[in-house]
Design a protein around this ligand. Structure first.
Ligand code: 9YW
Length: 418
């Protein structure tokens, strides 16, 4: 079967009625940034269904504008933590944290590429106020001091759960002695050597208890949450999303461009302050320690996707990518392969993720490095041909890891034509 036909088959198989689950068993609900990538995939063969993905996602939006990272549209027993553990009292039930805000950018891309322009304009126009409310929430509640960067309160929010970037910050989170007992479900679906350790899970869940104690009040979390980082994935995705939101505002005559330009001005300089000249890449930042987190990750290239980098810094990033390419067979490993915490098969500590490759390659292409973009594109294609549409891949052997028949990997094959 061709890759394209197989990708369409997977998206259809993972369709649960207007929303796409990432993969059966392991992740049986709708996840925020997965929904964005899945919508791009659907766009290639069913435009109406693609727009519906966002409509279902926004059913989970909170009154304060936050878009939660999971919408539990219907009960499923194969995942933990489910709605009871989150206790957010939203209908439909949702988690209580967010995820990389890809929506505005993907809505713009879909609108620009849609064959059915009438449908696309109607859908994008209707989504706009909801996306604006979400971005206002980010600004108001995650960056109340207007630093230009947002506080992130959980490794799950970053989308890169067990990245070594979060190791020290997470190790400082005390394990809650009253943590209710729990049974992990992830390790019954996937080999534990490809998943986070138990010590990390205990802290992920301890953080969840902190949110509940703070009643999900973001302003209290700025003071009381023991885990506070700046995540390059969140802030670079948000910067680009704000550029695209301003574009949508102008396109439809909503008139919000000045407000959004103020946010962009702050985040432009603040993202660039995360550059490390010696390392030749950008670092995440620990807000509790007030210090950069000195481990290179695939997110270290995302200021190119944001569009904040100078041409000189883009050039350095190409050199950095080349030095990584000498150490692995397939780009882009999720952690610097020369770093001691690099683990080529453990989730976000080394494996290659197709969706990150897409964002990184887009950045290189836009900065005038088509060879770097094409190399990443070709590697993604080879991985899909070799190992199917896996959740992530081993950067040296190319083995498929984590969940199989994975929606966002399949979606990239369609949208990005890998
Ligand atoms: C979890 C669904 C999600 C992704 C995240 C990834 C993983 C697991 O799977 O999270 O339990 O939330 O880290 O980026 O959205 O594919």
């Amino acid at each position: 079967m061709s890759l394209e036909r197989e990708a369409i088959r997977i998206l259809r198989a993972n369709d649960r009625g207007g929303f796409t689950i990432p993969t059966a068993g392991l992740y049986p609900f709708q996840w925020l940034w997965d929904a964005g990538f899945s919508a791009l995939g659907w766009m290639k063969f069913d435009e109406a269904r693609a727009w519906q993905e966002f409509e279902r996602l926004f059913e989970g939006q909170w009154a304060n504008g936050m878009l939660p990272h999971i919408v539990f549209h219907r009960p499923e027993a194969t995942y933990f933590p489910g709605p009871d553990r989150w206790g957010t009292r939203h209908t439909p039930p949702t988690s209580g944290i967010t995820q990389p805000p890809v929506v505005a950018s993907f809505v713009r891309m879909m609108l620009e590429q849609a064959e059915d322009q009438t449908l696309a304009q109607t859908k994008a126009r209707a989504l706009y106020p909801k996306i604006l409310a979400y971005h206002r929430w980010f600004k108001r509640e995650r960056d109340p001091a207007n630093t230009g960067l947002t506080n992130t309160f959980h490794p799950w929010e970053t989308g890169a759960d067990n990245s070594p970037a979060w190791d020290e910050a997470l190790a400082r989170v005390p394990v809650d002695p009253t943590l209710p007992p729990y049974t992990r479900r992830d390790t019954s679906h996937v080999d534990p050597s490809q998943r986070p350790h138990q010590a990390e899970y205990d802290r992920y869940l301890s953080l969840l208890e902190v949110y509940k104690r703070c009643d999900y009040d973001q302003l209290r979390l700025h003071r009381e949450c023991p885990f506070r980082v700046v995540s390059l994935i969140i802030d670079c995705v948000l910067h680009r999303a704000n550029r695209d939101l301003a574009w949508l505002s102008a396109r439809f005559g909503f008139g919000d461009e000045t407000e959004i330009a103020g946010w962009l001005e702050a985040s432009q300089g603040a993202i660039e302050a995360l550059w490390d000249e010696e390392a030749g890449l950008y670092y995440n930042y620990d807000r509790v320690q007030d210090a950069p987190i000195r481990v290179g990750t695939s997110a270290s290239f995302l200021p190119l996707y944001a569009g904040t980098s100078s041409p000189q810094r883009a050039h350095r990033l190409v050199r950095t990518l080349e030095s990584w390419a000498e150490q692995v067979r397939y780009l882009v490993p999720s952690t610097d392969p020369g770093h001691p915490s690099y683990e080529p098969q453990r989730y976000w500590r080394g494996p290659v993720w197709a969706i990150m490759n897409y964002l990184i390659a887009q950045g290189f292409a836009e900065y005038g490095y088509p060879e770097a973009a094409e190399r990443i594109h070709q590697d993604t294609l080879k991985l899909a041909e070799l190992s199917g549409f896996s959740e992530y891949y081993h950067p040296t052997t190319g083995a498929g890891l984590g969940g199989g028949e994975f929606s966002w990997t399949a979606a990239m094959a369609l949208w990005w034509e890998v």
